[in-house]
Structure formats: structure tokens, C-alpha cells
Design a protein. Structure first.
Length: 109
């Protein structure tokens, strides 16, 4: 295993975590920010755009975790890298989207 493999697993976890709010909002029929909104990452995109963006993130995360190296779910280094990427992305998303929802509740964009 090269040093590149844990990095790929880390980003795979980040992409998989990023897929969750987008895909979930989309299938619930809710608008949610995507990079394609106006302004990017702050404005709201359609549920369809969110399902597509979430699906793309799932595909990228899957490819990074399954096609780079030999990902072993029982290997602490592999799952730790994937989990750390998911955790850090989750914390980032919580702060980012939490701030957006607070701004929207207070009437700021």
C-alpha cells in the first residue's frame, strides 16, 4: 500500500459524507444549497439537482474507496482514513449549513 491509498480513502469518505445531505434533501423534495446555486454553495438548488449532485458524490466516494488500492474494511488504517474523511467533512458541513440556516432564519442571505 502506498501513501496515496489512505489519502484516496480519506477523500472517498469526504465525498460519501457530502452525498448524504444532498441526496436526502433531494429525495425529500426539499431545496438545498449546491455548487450550482446562485450564489454557489449558499443559494438553494432544486431537489433534482440535489439528487444528481448527491449521486455523483456517492459515485466518486465509491470509486475512491473501492478502485484505489485494495480497500479492506477490516483494516484499521483503511477504515480509519475513510471514517476520518467522513467525520471531518461532516463537521465542516454542520458548521457551513448550520450557519446558512441561521442566516436564513434571521432574514440574511
Amino acid at each position: 500500500m502506498t501513501v496515496f491509498h489512505p489519502v484516496a480513502y480519506f477523500f472517498g469518505g469526504a465525498f460519501l459524507a457530502n452525498a448524504v445531505p444532498h441526496f436526502t434533501s433531494g429525495v425529500m423534495g426539499r431545496r438545498f444549497p449546491t455548487p450550482f446555486a446562485n450564489p454557489p454553495g449558499r443559494g438553494l438548488s432544486s431537489p433534482t439537482a440535489n439528487v444528481l449532485w448527491g449521486a455523483l458524490n456517492i459515485a466518486i466516494g465509491y470509486l475512491l474507496a473501492s478502485c484505489v488500492g485494495d480497500f479492506q474494511p477490516s483494516a484499521l488504517g483503511d477504515t480509519g482514513s475513510l471514517g476520518l474523511g467522513a467525520l471531518l467533512m461532516g463537521l465542516f458541513l454542520a458548521r457551513h449549513f448550520g450557519g446558512l440556516h441561521e442566516d436564513q432564519a434571521q432574514g440574511r442571505s
